[in-house]
Design a protein around this ligand. Structure first.
Ligand code: FES
Length: 104
């Protein structure tokens, strides 16, 4: 495991998903929760790999644009379905010195 710089802190804003690929090729979405913490999630929806980062944000959750499952971005849990089957991958994140770091 290694920490890599994803982007400058100022690139990640509340109410917006910044989509990008990590250096290992994984597509991710970055946004801020209500408490201003940064969350990084895998951009492929755990249902049928829809482009989750293109979904609508609602407070601290996001709704997939393909089949409208909702995921809690603080926990990765799918809401209203079996969370053991559909769990969104979240990354370990640190924000320091004006940069967003992700553990790969
Ligand atoms: S692909 Fe996201 S809900 Fe189906």
């Amino acid at each position: 495991m290694a920490w890599v710089v994803a982007c400058p802190s100022t690139d990640v804003k509340r109410g917006v998903v910044k989509r990008q690929r990590l250096e290992n090729g994984e597509p991710v979405g970055l946004t801020r929760l209500k408490n201003n913490s940064v969350v990084v999630f895998h951009n492929n929806c755990p249902h049928f790999k829809g482009p989750l980062g293109l979904g609508k944000l609602h407070e601290d959750s996001i709704v997939c644009p393909w089949h409208f499952f909702r995921f809690d971005l603080a926990t990765g849990k799918a809401e209203g379905t079996d969370a053991s089957i559909m769990h969104l991958k979240l990354y370990q994140v640190e924000e320091k010195n004006g940069e967003i770091f992700i553990e790969l």
